[in-house]
Design a protein around this ligand. Structure first.
Ligand SMILES: *Cc1c(COP(=O)(O)O)cnc(C)c1O
Length: 456
């Protein structure tokens, strides 16, 4: 018989209260990281044979550890790609944990996977991919890109000629670091079209034309970017789709960051051509207001992913039986045991409706335009390029790289804001510049003004 543990009840209430406070609080500081030794000195030994107790451990979390993290949803966190999970999604993340669902196979996870698939159908509808296209939620864009590259390579290797060849993919130098990293994992070579700006049909064709006979034989995929992480630039997707069709190459679009903007009428046309992709990466934990971690990989022909990723094992055979009829997410990406990480997104979409998502993404795009105007009107700063999607690159006139770094750390130390510098290539040289990336619809014009003023 279960004994009701009073301490456990209290701990549960404490955790719920903390969580509710955290999600309803809109005024919190940007946290400051501390060195591991400093944190150790503050909290002491926490893993001991007898345990220090939940109350003490939670106290240490509240007093010290939670203050050494940067809340990614702070309205003045405009660095990297921030995030802004909805309260509905966060609360349902707790439900997802509490429900202990194994999300690999329909046999165990049916109810949860059903919800994920409802959310996925909406995401797929945004891409315009043809009937039959579908996807799964992954731990992030990196895992999604890897799953897609492996699927593409396995499909290419179905042709006996390629069985023992080492594959080659082409992308641009503006592509995300994970493309290069995952090419390593998949053990394929990668060639870069040298541009951080739009990778065009011509640029790609020139690159293919310059390949040696051996390289051309090994080339099996092109990775275009649907919103570069650094500058929000979308490659010439229609032109790239044309080439991939002519040359018989797999066409992957990495829209991990930009994919959320597919819902926004004002910029949807920039993604034209994405509907011809063989696979697409979109991160709901970036611009679809999901908590970490939640990525997605979508395939035009999911059965090709299944051929590449379906795992075999005697103890897994049961899942292939009639009784397990349904969609098995493990078959379409690299992971077996998985959290039903699309479930919080489903609940949030169901709660708010897709129109609210459209409005929230449009607000991020609008904030980038507002920032652009403010920068144009201030004499101490200037735009490096027009805002693209929700990314704004601008320079503080007269600043050296170390000035940007110093300014970033001062802002973080005072709990005011997190805005980090990046590099932008103009001509042959890289210039250090400042960068905003807007996701959080609660960021205000006033926030942007204050940040720009702090550069005076
Ligand atoms: C963020 C990002 C990734 C990597 O996604 P993770 O979720 O961090 O693994 C890949 N590609 C692009 C374009 C990104 O912006």
């Amino acid at each position: 018989m279960h004994k009701i543990d009073i301490n456990l009840v209290e701990m549960t209430l404490d955790v719920m209260k903390y969580t509710i406070d955290r999600v309803s609080n809109t005024k919190f500081d940007i946290g400051i990281p501390k060195k591991a030794e400093e944190l150790k000195a503050l909290v002491g030994e926490t893993i001991t044979p007898k345990g220090v107790g939940g109350e003490y451990a939670f106290d240490m979390w509240k007093k010290h550890l939670s203050k050494a993290v940067v809340p990614i949803d702070h309205p003045r966190h405009l660095a990297f790609v921030p995030a802004s999970p909805t309260r509905a999604a966060i609360m349902f993340d707790l439900v997802t944990s509490a429900s202990s669902i194994h999300g690999a196979y329909w046999m165990e996870g049916a109810g949860g996977i059903f919800c994920e698939n409802e959310a996925m159908s909406w995401i797929v509808s945004l891409t315009g991919l043809p009937e039959g296209a579908f996807g799964v939620f992954t731990s992030g864009g990196t895992a999604a890109n890897l799953s897609a590259i492996v699927t593409a390579r396995e499909h290419w290797r179905e042709n006996a000629v390629h069985k023992t060849q080492r594959g080659l993919i082409i992308t641009s130098s503006g592509a995300h670091s994970s493309i290069k990293a995952m090419a390593k994992v998949a053990d394929v070579d990668i060639l870069l079209v040298e541009t951080e700006d739009v990778m065009s049909e011509e640029g790609l064709q020139d690159c293919i034309n310059s390949l040696s006979k051996d390289q051309r034989e090994r080339l099996f995929a092109v990775v275009a970017t649907g919103g570069t992480t650094n500058a929000g630039i979308i490659d010439g997707l229609t032109g790239i789709a044309n080439i991939c069709e002519q040359e018989n190459l797999w066409f992957h679009v990495d829209a991990a960051y930009g994919g959320g903007a597919l819902v926004a009428d004002s910029v949807r046309h920039l993604f034209n051509g994405i509907e011809r992709a063989d696979s697409i990466t979109i991160d709901p934990h970036k611009w679809m207001f999901s908590p970490y971690d939640c990525g997605a990989v979508i395939y035009k022909q999911p059965e090709l992913a299944k051929k590449a990723h379906s795992q075999q094992g005697s103890y897994l055979d049961i899942f292939k039986d009639e009784g397990a009829h349904g969609f098995n997410p493990t078959d379409y990406q690299i992971q077996l045991t998985r959290r039903v990480r699309g479930l919080p997104l489903w609940f949030s979409l169901a709660t708010h409706g897709t129109n609210r998502y459209k409005e929230a993404v449009e607000r991020g795009l609008e904030l980038a335009q507002i920032a652009g105007k403010l920068i144009e009107n201030e004499p101490h700063v200037e735009l490096v390029r027009e805002p693209s999607l929700s990314c704004v690159l601008y320079r503080r006139i007269g600043w050296k790289p170390e000035d940007y770094t110093h300014w970033t750390y001062e802002n973080q130390k005072s709990g005011f804001a997190l805005v980090t510098p990046t590099k932008w290539k103009s001509g042959n040289t890289y210039e250090t510049v400042s960068r905003f990336c807007f996701i959080n619809p609660d960021t205000t014009e006033e926030d942007i003004k204050l940040i720009l003023e702090s550069m005076k």
